[in-house]
Write a protein that binds this ligand. Structure first.
Ligand code: CO
Length: 511
C-alpha cells in the first residue's frame, strides 16, 4: 500500500473510531433509561440521548469524511488496499450516505415525530382505540416515505420499501423476501396442520405452574452458565437486569441483557435469557482487532436474530437441552414440576398454537406473524393500502393465515411498537433470522454431527465454537447474503428451516 493512501486510510479509521465509542456510550445510556433510572430522570435522559445522537451524526457527515472517502475510492487507491480495508471503506461510505443524504430537518422531524407517536401509541393501546393512534401513524408514514424516496436514490433500490429493508438487511430486496416468504408460508402452514391432527396434545398447564421469581433467578443463572455468558467473574463482560421487554445492548467488552419474570410463566424468562444471551455472545465475540472499525460490527439485524433464535430455539428448545436441564429445573422449582414427565415438558415447551400476539408465538407460527407485517408494510409504501384500512386488513390476514379472530386493535394492528417508532422495514429481519438459522444448523450438523449429544451432556462448546468460527468471527466482512453463501456454500433457501421444524415437530408430536 503506497504510504499516502495508507495515511489517508488511517485518517478515515481515526475519524470512524470515536463514532463507535460514542455509540457505545449511547447504548449504555439507553440501557440505563430502561433499567436503573429514577422516574424524575426522564427529561434529562432524553436530552443526553438526543445530544449523543446529534454529535454522532455531525461526526459522521463531516466534510472531512467525504473527502477522505473520495480519495480512497479511486481505482488505483482501492486496488492498493487489502480486502478488509476495502470493506471498511465501502461500509464507511454506506454509513456516510445513509446519514448525509437525508436533510437534517427531515431527520429531526422523523426523530421528534416517532417519539410523539410512541407516546400516543401507548395511550391508544391502553384505550384499545386505533383512532387515537391513526393521525400519528399517518404522519410517521408520510415522513418515512420522504426519507425512503431519498434513500432509494442513494442506494439504487427499485422501490421505497426496498430502501428501508436495506437499512436493516443490506442487499436484500422485497421481491426476494416475497418469494422466500411465500415458500415459507406454505411450509409452515403444512406443519401447523400436521400438528393439529396429532393424537398427542401439549399440556398447556405445565408452563403456567407457579414458580417463585427467586427460583427463576437461579434458572436464569443456570442458562447463562450453560452458554458461557459471564456476569459473575472478575473479568465478566455481561450483566442481567429486568425490563418489561427483554433486550440486548452494548459493544464488545460490555454487552448487557435483560429479561422479564412472570410467576405463572417461568419458561418465558428461561427462553428470553437464552435468546438475549445468543445476541450477546455474538456482540462479545466479534474480532477484537476490528473493534472501532466499520467491519467490526455485526453483519445485519437478520444475522443477529439468527444467532439469538439459534440459541433460544434450535438449542434451548431441543429435546436434548431440555433433557439435560430438567433435573436442575426440578430442583430449582420445588414442587412445580412434580408429576410432569420429560416428554410432556418438551412438548409443552414446543407447543404449536396459533395465537394473536407475535412475541408469544411458537417456532412454527412465528413466521406467519412476520409475513403479515411484511405484506402490509410493502403495500403501505406502494400506496396500496390506507392507514384507515389497516385494522381490517390486519384482522383479515390473521384469520386467513392463523385462523384467529382479533377482537380489538390492541391485540391486532397496535400490538407492536415498531410502526409507532417508525422502524418500517425491520420486521422481515426476524423471519430471515430463522431462515438463516436453518441453513446454519444444516451446515453445522454436517460438520459437528455430535452437537446434540454434547448438549445432552450440558456441553454447549461445540456449538459455540462453530458459531464463532463461522459467523461471529466474520463480523461485517460480508453482506448477509454473501455471509450465508460463505458459510453454507448456498444461496438463501427456505428448505433447511422447514425441514428442521418438520423433523422436530414430528418427533415431539409423535407423527
Ligand atoms: Co432478538
Amino acid at each position: 500500500m503506497p504510504s499516502e493512501i495508507e495515511a489517508t486510510y488511517e485518517q478515515l479509521m481515526a475519524r470512524m473510531r470515536p463514532i463507535y465509542v460514542l455509540r457505545s456510550a449511547a447504548s449504555i445510556t439507553q440501557w440505563d433509561m430502561e433499567t436503573m433510572m429514577p422516574p424524575r430522570g426522564l427529561n434529562l435522559k432524553s436530552e443526553q440521548l438526543a445530544l449523543l445522537s446529534v454529535i454522532g451524526h455531525e461526526w459522521l457527515v463531516a466534510p472531512e469524511i467525504e473527502s477522505l472517502l473520495k480519495r480512497l475510492e479511486t481505482n488505483s487507491a482501492l486496488a492498493s488496499l487489502d480486502w478488509v480495508s476495502r470493506r471498511n471503506v465501502h461500509l464507511a461510505r454506506r454509513e456516510y450516505d445513509d446519514e448525509a443524504k437525508l436533510p437534517t430537518e427531515l431527520v429531526e422531524k422523523l426523530g421528534k415525530q416517532s417519539t410523539i407517536a410512541v407516546g400516543i401509541w401507548k395511550r391508544a393501546k391502553a384505550a384499545r382505540d386505533f383512532s387515537i393512534f391513526r393521525p400519528e401513524l399517518e404522519k410517521n408514514i408520510e415522513l418515512k416515505k420522504q426519507a425512503a424516496e431519498i434513500l432509494m436514490g442513494v442506494k439504487g433500490t427499485k422501490t421505497q420499501y426496498d430502501a428501508l429493508v436495506d437499512q436493516f438487511e443490506p442487499g436484500m430486496t422485497s421481491e426476494r423476501i416475497g418469494e422466500v416468504f411465500a415458500e415459507m408460508r406454505d411450509g409452515l402452514i403444512a406443519i401447523m396442520k400436521k400438528v393439529e391432527g396429532a393424537q398427542v396434545k401439549p399440556d398447556m398447564t405445565i408452563q403456567s405452574r407457579k414458580v417463585p421469581i427467586k427460583a427463576q433467578h437461579s434458572i436464569s443463572a443456570a442458562a447463562m452458565d450453560f452458554i458461557g455468558y459471564d456476569t459473575k467473574s472478575a473479568n465478566a463482560g455481561g450483566r442481567l437486569d429486568e425490563t418489561e421487554h427483554p433486550f440486548t445492548t452494548g459493544y464488545y467488552d460490555d454487552v448487557r441483557i435483560t429479561t422479564h419474570y412472570y410467576e405463572e410463566r417461568f419458561s418465558s424468562s428461561l427462553f428470553s435469557v437464552l435468546h438475549e444471551g445468543g445476541h450477546a455472545l455474538y456482540d462479545q465475540s466479534l474480532p477484537s482487532e476490528w473493534m472501532y472499525q466499520p467491519v467490526g460490527n455485526p453483519c445485519s439485524y437478520g444475522i443477529h436474530e439468527s444467532q439469538s433464535r439459534f440459541v433460544e430455539n434450535m438449542v434451548g428448545r431441543s429435546p436434548e437441552f431440555i433433557a439435560w436441564f430438567t433435573p436442575k429445573l426440578r430442583r430449582m422449582t420445588g414442587k412445580a414440576l412434580i408429576g410432569v414427565k420429560l416428554k410432556e415438558l418438551v412438548r409443552a415447551m414446543n407447543a404449536v398454537v396459533p395465537s394473536k400476539i407475535r412475541t408469544e408465538a411458537d417456532e412454527v407460527t412465528y413466521g406467519l406473524h412476520v409475513i403479515i407485517r411484511f405484506e402490509i408494510e410493502r403495500d403501505i409504501f406502494a400506496d396500496k393500502v390506507k392507514v384507515e384500512e389497516l385494522p381490517q386488513v390486519w384482522n383479515e390476514k390473521y384469520k386467513r393465515y392463523l385462523g384467529v379472530d382479533i377482537e380489538h386493535d390492541s391485540e391486532g394492528v397496535m400490538q407492536d411498537t415498531h410502526w409507532a417508532g417508525n422502524a418500517f422495514g425491520y420486521f422481515p429481519s426476524y423471519a430471515l433470522g430463522n431462515i438463516y438459522g436453518g441453513m446454519f444448523l444444516e451446515k453445522m450438523s454436517g460438520e459437528v454431527p455430535n452437537w446434540r449429544a454434547s448438549v445432552r451432556k450440558g456441553d454447549f462448546s461445540p456449538v459455540k465454537t462453530w458459531l464463532h468460527a463461522n459467523v461471529h468471527s466474520k463480523a461485517n466482512l460480508y453482506d448477509p447474503a454473501d455471509l450465508v453463501k460463505n458459510v453454507t456454500g448456498k444461496d438463501l433457501e427456505i428448505r433447511p428451516f422447514i425441514r428442521y421444524l418438520d423433523e422436530k415437530m414430528s418427533r415431539i408430536y409423535e407423527i
